[in-house]
Design a protein around this ligand. Structure first.
Ligand code: EPZ
Length: 454
């Protein structure tokens, strides 16, 4: 069984206390990428032998994906940061609702199950705090590859008719360069009959990492990392030993923690090309970013934080998973910044909590106008989703006095030992057991400025 190696009290029943205004220094180790680990674990289902996957971060989400694979009859062994996944005896085509409902990414098993078994039954992942998160592009693509797909009582039932029970190669245009849909269809196409071309595909580094993992198992994939991916199906895939990429979002989070506390730190391993937009925006905000040898990146905060507008976009645009953290930085800038969220329809819920800490932010639709203030004040706040929790930690590091963050179950889903790493850099913070529910502050609803400016 995979257990996140954290001895701290579990997220839902604990509070993170941060004493702000301490600069950071030293070097921080960046873990493997959450959004690679999850999809590569699903991708291991494509192989009828065992696969070894290294550099796996210690996260609640990884543990949950492990449970989904076990429920499908797959063997999963975990030691340190390495997983051995043996799908030789993959037997079940139904992913259990109680597991899928806890982890949206478990929907990624639909492609590999259909490709390997010719049938898959996966509950709809449903919406989450940041948006409705439909899977219509996944379904449309699988249908284009010859699968019969219908949704019944909240479950997606997919099967491949015909004697050979194999998916057929197809040309698929994605209306939106969805990361998940690109990954689902790319995995399904690896064992399909013929060639599949995915147009307007997602270009995220995690998509490329998945393609490289599949190629290491013998898949024939070209063009990953561009907007057109071509997959020539093969009859089967073989075992491999693969190490996933470092987490660019964890790295970006530490870069902003350094910028907001006026610090100089080094991060490794980091692949700078995975962070081009983030580095560009941090430089625009006055920080110095220096790529060093051996995948090391050094950041030196500027004398002041310069107001900087940004808009989230699919890669290579500014990542939506860095929007909340960047907003936290802009709360202390020397002017007004406009932050526009274009990827998810409900990903500004951290605004109310930052305002609770003294930030001056007005919202207009999917846009937040952030007026820089001289300082933030520590306060009890509640995280509403994974990246919102990181933004509150960053704000707490810069705030006057003590900040208490609830809702740490969000943080534990996607950050590997964040507190320990920050303590190593000199931050003053600790996780304590939540005494009473009274300590559970409710997230504030941010003031929405409509045309009438109420
Ligand atoms: C992946 O989610 C990541 N999750 C997200 O990271 C990340 O924010 C997102 O990509 C964008 O970069 C994992 O990899 C596990 P999408 P995914 O499909 O695949 C719409 C984090 O914080 N859409 O690219 O679900 C969708 O509603 C998480 O680590 C459809 O309309 O993202 C959204 O508005 C959060 N129909 C947009 O596309 C579909 O069939 C982007 O979604 C699929 C998506």
């Amino acid at each position: 069984m995979i257990t996140p190696n954290s001895s701290a009290p579990d997220g839902a029943n604990s509070v993170l206390e941060i004493w702000g205004r301490h600069s950071l220094s030293g070097q921080v180790q960046i873990s493997g990428a959450k959004n690679s680990a999850l999809v590569v674990m699903a991708g291991a289902l494509l192989c009828s032998q065992d696969c070894r996957i290294r550099n796996i971060p210690s996260l609640v989400d990884v543990a949950r994906m492990g449970e989904v694979l076990l429920a499908l009859g797959v063997k999963v062994e975990h030691s340190n940061d390495t997983l051995t996944i043996d799908s030789t005896h993959l037997s079940h085509s139904r992913a259990p609702y109680e597991l899928v409902s806890q982890l949206r990414a478990s929907f990624f098993v639909i492609g590999p199950l259909l490709a390997r078994l010719g049938v898959a039954r996966v509950p709809l992942p449903g919406g989450c705090a940041i948006g409705a998160r439909p899977v219509d592009l996944h379904v449309r693509g699988l249908r284009a590859m010859g699968a019969e797909v219908h949704i019944d009582h909240g479950t997606v039932h997919a099967c491949v008719r015909g004697s050979r029970g194999r998916l057929q190669g197809a040309r698929i245009y994605l209306d939106y360069p969805s990361v998940g849909a690109t990954e689902t269809l790319m995995m399904a196409a690896t064992l399909a009959d013929g060639e599949t071309i995915i147009e307007n595909a997602a270009q995220e580094p995690e998509v490329v990492d998945l393609a490289n993992f599949c190629r290491a198992m013998g898949a024939r994939i070209r063009g990953a990392g561009t907007n057109t991916i071509t997959i020539s199906g093969v009859p089967s895939l073989h075992s491999t030993d693969y190490s996933i990429i470092p987490d660019r979002i964890e790295a970006g989070t530490f870069l902003i923690a350094a910028a907001i506390t006026g610090s100089e730190i080094t991060l490794s391993p980091v692949i700078p090309d995975h962070l081009t937009a983030v580095i560009a925006k941090l430089r625009e905000a006055g920080a110095e970013i220096i790529p060093e040898v051996h995948n090391r990146l050094r950041i030196k905060a500027g004398p002041q934080i310069l107001a900087t507008d940004t808009q989230t976009r699919p890669f290579p645009g500014f990542p939506t998973d860095m929007q909340a953290q960047f907003m936290a930085l802009m709360t202390l800038s020397n002017g007004n910044s406009m932050i526009t969220e274009t990827v998810f329809e409900n990903r500004l819920r951290h605004v109310g909590e930052l305002v609770r800490m003294g930030a001056d932010i007005r919202m207009k639709g999917n846009c937040a106008i952030v007026r820089g203030v001289p300082c933030l004040a520590g306060a009890p706040v509640t995280a509403t989703d994974l990246r919102a929790s990181a933004a509150l930690v960053i704000a707490g590091l810069a705030a006057e006095g003590k900040t208490q963050i609830q809702g740490l179950q969000h943080l534990d889903r996607g950050y590997d030992n964040l507190e320990h790493k920050l303590q190593q850099l000199g931050a003053k913070l600790q996780r304590i057991q939540a005494e009473t529910t009274d300590e559970v502050a409710q997230p504030a609803e941010a003031t929405v400025t409509t045309a009438a400016g109420e």
